[in-house]
Design a binder for this molecule. Structure first.
Ligand SMILES: Cc1cc2nc3c(=O)[nH]c(=O)nc-3n(C[C@H](O)[C@H](O)[C@H](O)COP(=O)(O)OP(=O)(O)OC[C@H]3O[C@@H](n4cnc5c(N)ncnc54)[C@H](O)[C@@H]3O)c2cc1C
Length: 481
């Protein structure tokens, strides 16, 4: 039966975009339906990844400037203007928006604006804001509708003094104080970004601790950076109320210590809230079609990103963890490959993680703790940024690169970095890891000097010293070749 399209994609974020592009490269006819009638690109370009990273870029430049030349006693918020910071971000977004449109046009991917709802295994209805409804059919459908943040229970987000990750991108001044509620990765990124702009940042975390998935020493080094930036983090807190105090011309945040039940009040200019991610899977017609979701509404898929209805696939944040643009791109391509009978692409099983705080954090593979639990005798090598010429030149002494490898074979098991450039540097380690390489690689290759990459060599030698203490010398290791 002839249908309108080979594939219809709901949502133009990274998962939908990459599925459309891959399908077009296979000479397939693709249609993207986007509910946001003003912008393509989803959370990725408009409200999440790109704007937050553009903001981070300016904050990082200001931070670098201050650490290289001093602040002359003037706080960044008195020296730099938020409107310049935002103008920079808006220029980045405009470029990205036109890039995505151009790519879709060049690759002859059609777009339809409006909310998409799946009527049956091959039909989608699009309802635009002006009330118009259209139906399209396709052999395959990809659901890549993303996720949104849950709302707080105890207070309202008014987008004036109490903000979320969208409204924080439109503030007109750099606040002197900011209280962040939540400690997911993005909360920590924003905490360091505003701290770099001179803002006094306090983080209220409901959990026992923050970023517990990190390698322990990397977390310690990052915590030291937070201390240097004078960012206060209070764990195990419950926010009870947020509201204006007109007498003191501020916003008050009332919170309770979950252990002692003691009440506290913080006065602040702005509050920034980060909730949990909730899938955009309602009103899509999933129940009628019997598409399986988990208890929270995340769509369940197999390794090909296929749902239990064979013509329907799902990718990106709507399927849950790890909820990253980087992974969503791969999932969208993966779905397209399977739809069109191209053997499953070799997506790396080891996903790298990047946290764009100041300093950055990145990791790939096993942490030291995980490696020890899984295989017992492992070795680690550390390089501290303060010993690197590049870090001395750039004045970025806070940081560490840590290699985790098998003690016997030196096979690399994990790489963990906190410090400038971590999110790029990690891919050197990822390549060695994915090719089954060992720490020897870093000993025997020349690294440009001065670079942060040199940390790999320094860490490898440091690890070998550890081996020496364990009874094996560097000479022994060379002889074993
Ligand atoms: C503040 C913040 C910072 C982030 N930083 C990073 C980062 O540095 N690195 C990283 O890898 N990830 C980052 N992420 C995560 C990343 O943005 C998401 O993982 C990614 O955007 C998910 O892609 P997606 O394709 O699933 O959906 P999205 O990008 O969310 O796009 C979904 C699209 O679907 C549309 N839609 C929804 N319902 C319908 C419907 N029924 N019909 C048609 N269209 C519909 C929406 O309007 C939206 O445009 C960040 C997220 C946030 C919030």
């Amino acid at each position: 039966m002839s249908r309108d399209y080979d594939v219809i994609i709901l949502g133009s974020g990274p998962a939908g975009f990459s599925c459309a592009m891959q399908s077009a490269k296979f000479d397939k006819k693709a249609l993207i339906i986007e509910a946001n009638e003003s912008f393509l690109g989803g959370t990725w370009i408009n409200t999440g990844t790109v704007p937050s990273k553009a903001l981070r870029e300016t904050a990082s430049s200001i931070h670098r400037y201050t650490s290289q030349f001093g602040d002359e006693g003037i706080k960044p918020y008195d020296r730099f203007r938020m409107r310049d910071v935002l103008r920079y971000k808006d220029r980045v977004l405009a470029t990205q928006n036109s890039e995505i449109k151009d790519s879709l046009i060049k690759n002859e991917v059609d777009t339809a604006l409006g909310f998409g709802r799946i009527l049956d295994a091959h039909t989608v209805e699009v309802s635009s804001q002006d009330g118009e409804k259209k139906r399209f059919t396709a052999d395959h459908i990809l659901i890549s509708t993303g996720a949104t943040s849950t709302k707080p229970d105890a207070f309202e987000i008014d987008h004036a003094t109490v903000l979320d990750n969208r409204s924080i991108l439109d503030i007109h001044y750099i606040p002197k104080q900011l209280v962040i509620v939540g400690t997911n990765v993005q909360a920590m990124e924003f905490a360091t970004v505003f701290s770099a702009l001179g803002t006094r940042v306090t983080v209220l975390n409901g959990q026992e601790d923050y970023m517990v998935f990190l390698d322990r020493e990397i977390k310690e080094e990052f915590s030291a950076a937070l201390d240097e930036a004078r960012i206060n983090i209070f764990n195990r807190t419950r926010v009870l109320q947020v509201g204006p105090n007109p007498l003191r011309n501020c916003t008050e945040v009332k919170y309770q210590d979950k252990d002692t039940e003691e009440m506290h009040v913080i006065e602040t200019e702005l509050v920034l809230y980060f909730g949990n991610r909730k899938p955009n899977s309602a009103r899509l017609g999933l129940e009628e079609l019997g598409i399986k979701t988990d208890g929270k509404g995340f769509i369940q898929v197999d390794a090909n990103n296929q749902t239990n209805v064979p013509s329907i696939y799902a990718a990106g944040d709507v399927i849950g963890h790890p909820s990253l643009a980087s992974v969503s791109f791969s999932q969208g391509r993966n779905a397209s490959c399977h739809m069109f009978g191209i053997s499953r692409m070799e997506t790396e099983s080891i996903i790298p993680y990047g946290i764009y705080a100041i300093p950055e954090i990145a990791s790939v593979g096993l942490t030291e703790e995980e490696a020890k639990n899984q295989m017992g005798d492992v070795a680690v090598g550390r390089a501290y940024y303060r010993h690197l010429t590049k870090a001395n030149i750039a004045r970025t002494p806070r940081g560490m690169l840590k290699l985790v490898f098998e003690a016997e074979s030196l096979r690399l098991l994990g790489v963990h970095i906190v410090g400038s450039g971590a999110c790029d540097l990690i891919h050197i380690g990822q390549a060695v890891l994915n090719f089954g390489g060992s720490a020897r690689y870093f000993l025997d290759t020349v690294h440009n000097y001065p670079t942060y990459s040199e940390a790999y060599r320094v860490a490898a030698f440091n690890g070998i010293n550890y081996m020496y203490k364990g009874g094996q010398t560097y000479k022994d290791i060379l002889k074993e070749e």
